[in-house]
Design a protein around this ligand. Structure first.
Ligand code: ATP
Ligand code: HMH
Length: 274
């Protein structure tokens, strides 16, 4: 019997502060006992206070990374994060569209920085979302992808249902599942899972009071991709990914790293003592 771990490919940007992007993705994939491969789509000069500069590598180099991984490894699932340009979104759709694809449509950072502009948003809508397995926007990203004002007042479950309809309307396979993730530091956090033509399902867990939530969305989507790679059914995988993310938020709650919104913890609670 094979002892190989499933391979999860993270296609995402770097965060020099080590909180979000590939740092969060690869640590989360490893924590789920999967093997993480990576394709670097963007380099950000970033810290807990914000994003100071962005560089998108040449498209050829991104294509070479994808080709190297696909040529050598059997990829069980892909998680996409910051893609950085419409050309990269199209390339990912072309090269990885045949695989199980968890798309975190990164448009706006926790700090408010724009990580994907209008052309990136349009490329997601036209090329990547229709062929995704799961899409995991937060409320603001869901509204942007629908082309409605973020302050439109649609409840998150309606955003989830509308986005599932928008993505799945044209496709024969019914389109992706949509999880609109919900933050909030008091009471209950509810993520809404919507599938085309079905009533959205509320996935709720206790909210944690913390300012150290930089990288939360990356952690959630990488956990989801890892769980799906292990063959876990979608709704259970969504619940487990949220539970994992909450657990990591609890671990970093009292940290004082950086001057801004600090990182979510990437490793487990216990350290070997020296
Ligand atoms: N304070 C919190 N307490 C508990 N769970 C949380 C909290 N904030 C977010 N979550 C959970 O974390 C997961 C990721 O959601 P979130 O909406 O924060 O992602 P995001 O906004 O895309 O993150 P990012 O700011 O990194 O882009 C969801 O399951 C959400 O419910
Ligand atoms: C590189 C990168 N990817 C994703 C996010 C979203 O949290 C971020 N801030 N930076």
């Amino acid at each position: 019997m094979s002892t190989d771990p499933p391979v999860v490919l993270a296609v995402a940007g770097t965060d020099s502060g080590g909180a979000a992007g590939l740092a969060a993705d690869l640590a989360t994939i490893a924590a789920h006992r999967a093997h993480g491969a990576c394709v670097v789509t963007a380099i950000t000069a970033q810290d807990t206070t914000g994003v100071h500069a962005v560089h998108v590598p040449p498209l050829d180099m991104i294509d070479e990374q994808i080709a190297a991984v696909l040529d050598d490894l059997t990829v069980a699932s892909v998680k996409t994060g910051m893609l950085g340009s419409p050309e990269v979104v199209r390339l990912v759709a072309e090269r990885l569209g045949h695989l199980r694809l968890v798309v975190d449509p990164v448009l706006i950072a926790t700090s408010g920085a724009v990580l994907g502009d209008e052309s990136v948003r349009a490329a997601y809508v036209d090329h990547l979302l229709p062929i995704a397995t799961v899409v995991t926007p937060n409320v603001e990203e869901a509204a942007a992808l629908l082309g409605v004002d973020g302050a439109c007042g649609f409840p998150p479950e309606e955003l989830a249902a509308r986005l599932a309809a928008q993505c799945g309307g044209a496709g024969s396979a019914g389109g992706p599942a949509v999880v609109v993730t919900g933050g909030g530091t008091t009471g209950t956090c509810t993520d809404w899972l919507a599938l085309l033509g079905q009533t959205p399902v509320a996935l709720s867990h206790p909210a944690l009071a913390t300012e150290n939530d930089h990288g939360t969305g990356c952690t959630y989507s990488a956990a989801l991709a890892s769980l799906l790679a292990q063959g876990i059914e979608l709704e259970t995988a969504c619940r487990c990914a949220a539970a994992y993310t909450s657990q990591q938020l609890a671990l970093s709650r009292r940290w004082e790293l950086g001057r801004g919104r600090g990182p979510i913890a990437h490793v487990a609670a216990s350290h070997p003592s020296h």
